[in-house]
Design a protein around this ligand. Sequence first.
Ligand code: NOJ
Ligand code: CA
Length: 562
Amino acid sequence: MAEAVAEALGVEELAADDAWWRQAVVYQIYPRSFADSNGDGIGDLPGVASQVSYLRDLGVDAVWLSPFYPSALADGGYDVDDYRAVDPRIGTLEEFDDLVATLHRAGIRVVVDIVPNHTSNRHVWFREALAAPSGSAARDRYIFRRGRGPQGEEPPTDWTASFGGPAWEPVGDGDWYLHLFAPEQPDLNWANQQVRTDFLTTLRFWADRGVDGFRVDVAHMLAKDLSEPLPSQAELTAGGLPDGTHRLHDRDEVHEIYREWRAVFNEYHPPRTAVAEAWVPAHRRPRYASADGLGQAFNFDLLQADWDAAAFRRIIEENLELARASGASSTWVFSNHDVVRHATRYALPNGTDLRAWLLGGGVDPQPDKEQGLLRARAATLLALALPGSAYLYQGEELGLFEVADLPAEALQDPTWIRSNGTERGRDGCRVPLPWTASGPSFGFGEGAAHLPQPPEFAGHAVEAQAADPASTLAFYRRALAERRRLQTDESLEWDAERPDVVHFHRPGGWACVTNFGDTPVPLPSGRVVLASGPLDGVQLPPDTTAWLEPEGLLQERDDITD
Ligand code: NOJ
Ligand code: CA
């Protein structure tokens, strides 16, 4: 079927362009929730292949596939059993190859997720480690330590894991292993040469299959200083996230690993790209993004910012500066599979405690959804005008909100169990997409979806929006098409500063103006290319972004092509 779609699309092979990633729009697919081809309730690779024309019409440059590897799904696939295989519930390697070919023919690159900090506890290495004695070579691939107490019955330290609970798990013989995430995700020992070599094999395995780039999961945590004495949790976290001195985070040695990876990426033409998921202070980001390292790093600053003009301006300036320092382009992102969808965040007052809000079922405070979607569209249009690459998360183009009232028994995120029901977790942004306004699972598949979809999904379905020029889907399509037409080099100039307004332009006069305030402001001069919401004559209403270009520019460009 994938081949048939490719034939129908009839697009040439992608040109070998070393710089394709610098200003790419990358669309994140969470495969288990995108499209289900066989009605088992789980999205799969043939499902993605069946929607390649949707992705092409949306106008994205690349897709990033979250993990599709064999996994018990203890952490939504970020617990990988085998890095060089496809989960049989999701597809086969052959279907993966078909998907890459089909996407490439549609002019879309492919980025896959690499999870190097930990394997799953079902990985062959971890099974070997459990079967082998304390101090063995098999255990050295992971981080095993003797427990405290006469029989080793106490954990080596009091460290806590990201999803809650202790970070050490006993294996019954006095040894404990470290897991900074779920117990099903034992941390690898990156001081072990076999671990290093094997990941190079994995990178080549996917690069050889035509994968264009890699998203590197928790890129800042691979290198660890576990020399004795180990600090306590309080000592570990004292001072927040500092500069290379934390025992487990953002150590300078991690870049030795990425230099080896870069050498592999550069064996290919064009070189394979990588983007670091590194939760580090902004000034530490260029190390990950440098050309002899991964090449690009996520910037989650706008994602974490309040709806506030001054905050946005400061973050943009700082990140453009950081990108210049590393030689990379900047990245912009508002939503992904780990955070509350931005249409929902912006529906809540600045400063809302999202964890508490989710725990209460998403009713207090009551979200103002109209405002949320208006701001989400305005924020997205602003980011799409910035130099650098934009990362979109599946469903944001449909204006999806967080599903905050999933029944407790449906929750899959380990956070829910590990926190003893005090944190709902991330399932609300992972609910399968609605493709049709009716039918089982709104066209996601023939059966019920693996997470229940709310009735309001009907109005957000692709089918309900595709032909409506006022829809969020139509807005995203136009925004991506206009971005492609207007795109320039990576420079930006600020226009005169006004309170509550962010206003800048790119070379050639492509201007972007956003009104963060609560009263309309005059629109700058020029022809309006696109606005994120209704305009009010020559006024830019609150919570709205407009793109403008100099009057007559289209005319001039026509003259040139003539
Ligand atoms: C970051 C991923 O985005 C998240 O989903 C996952 O739970 C953790 N890393 C652990 O792999
Ligand atoms: Ca399926």
